[in-house]
Design a protein around this ligand. Structure first.
Ligand code: URA
Ligand code: ZN
Length: 367
């Protein structure tokens, strides 16, 4: 059966009900708290991801955990398939044993969420697939991480693993993680690398600018640094079939990759460490979501950074970025679709690949 042209969202999140209950039970961030607001004292739930978050966190509701809401959102925007991932901060705040247990439970929950989703007519594909979770916290036994990679690889609707940048406390360039990269590579799972902590908040100054600086700049810089450290550690030379999808189009890495290559070449500590020029890994080990909101940003990467329409994939970051006033469609979705349509120099085939074809290939979602 030929697979029809599908719109596939590779960057879309959920707080599974079991995870939301854990957040509700907490008294420090990350937590979900209930507060009364409005003249009638109506209560609303708010999500506080980091302590001291601007505006006391953000309102949360069913769109964060209810699968029907996800499917309704997909229908409204013409999205055929979503590859859903747990949202930050994952299991980062738990002890090793709690993180291991919850990872296993949440992976099973997500498999259930996906495997019972509707089938797309005329295909054997379902509407939902997922990224599992590893208990990536300090002091976890490597064997616990390897067991969880095996668990995820047995859950047939989970196609990868979402992770933050902390690893088991020393970042992702920690040599102790080599067995984990090896197991992920062998299982053929895709890593979705996603930020949470941003960069040192002192850089944001004292003005109240809402969430803008940490979200627009801190998040992508965190991804940029983590990915650069991975490149410098030689992980992609040791595990050349490892596939990593970078959130928010890889942050500033594509724009800075030639500078990075030059700095490496001029640095006596690392000049001969890597098998390839740093830019090489952008075209072999790394994939990029198209959550950049502008054609110029997508096109710049395509023009001369060897990324182009072959390595990019549509994403929404749902349920984050809801419209501030009621609107038919979410601007965050429409802008990302318009950006794909507007890239100068991409062919129609290239645009279709970014809208869905690349994801079907990367996640092996063929009929
Ligand atoms: N997008 C995310 O994925 N997480 C956030 O915390 C905010 C936006
Ligand atoms: Zn996200």
């Amino acid at each position: 059966m030929a697979t029809p042209k599908l719109l596939v969202d590779v960057h879309t999140h959920v707080y599974l009900p079991r995870y939301a209950s854990v957040l509700r039970s907490r008294t420090v961030a990350p937590r979900i708290l209930t507060r009364s607001s409005g003249p009638e004292g109506k209560s609303e739930e708010r999500l506080l991801i980091l302590e001291n978050e601007p505006s006391g966190g953000r309102p949360v509701g069913a769109q964060y955990w209810d699968r029907d809401e996800k499917l309704r959102f997909m229908d409204k925007h013409g999205i055929d398939i979503s590859v859903v991932s747990s949202a930050n901060p994952w299991l980062d705040f738990l002890s090793a044993s709690k993180a291991h247990t919850l990872a296993n439970e949440l992976n099973n929950d997500l498999e259930q969420y996906c495997s019972t989703s509707p089938i797309i007519s005329e295909t054997r594909l379902r509407r939902l697939y997922g990224f599992g979770l590893l208990p990536l916290v300090p002091e976890v036994a490597i064997s616990s991480l390897l067991d969880t990679v095996q668990q995820i690889s047995r859950l047939s609707h989970l196609k990868g693993i979402i992770m933050g940048t902390q690893g088991i406390g020393k970042g992702l360039d920690d040599d102790a993680l080599d067995p984990v990269w090896e197991a992920i590579e062998k299982a053929g799972l895709v890593v979705f690398l996603h930020p949470h902590y941003g960069v040192d908040g002192k850089a944001w100054g004292e003005k109240d600018n809402g969430h803008v600086l940490p979200l627009a700049l801190g998040f992508p810089f965190e991804t940029t640094v983590a990915t650069t450290r991975l490149i410098l550690s030689g992980v992609f030379d040791r595990f050349p079939s490892l596939r990593i999808l970078l959130a928010h189009s890889g942050g500033a890495l594509p724009q800075l990759s030639s500078r990075l290559a030059s700095c490496i070449d001029h640095d006596p500590v690392v000049a001969s460490r890597l098998k390839h020029d740093a830019r090489y890994y952008l075209g072999t080990s790394l994939w990029f979501d198209a959550v950049a909101y502008g054609s110029e940003e997508l096109g710049f990467k395509g023009a001369d950074r060897k990324i182009g329409s072959k390595r990019m994939m549509f994403g929404t970051d749902h349920p984050f970025f809801p419209p501030l006033s009621s609107s038919e469609k979410w601007a965050s979705v429409v802008e990302n679709l318009d950006a794909i349509d507007g890239v100068q120099g991409w062919t129609q085939h290239g645009r279709d690949s970014v809208r869905g074809g690349n994801a079907l290939t990367l996640f092996n979602l063929h009929n």
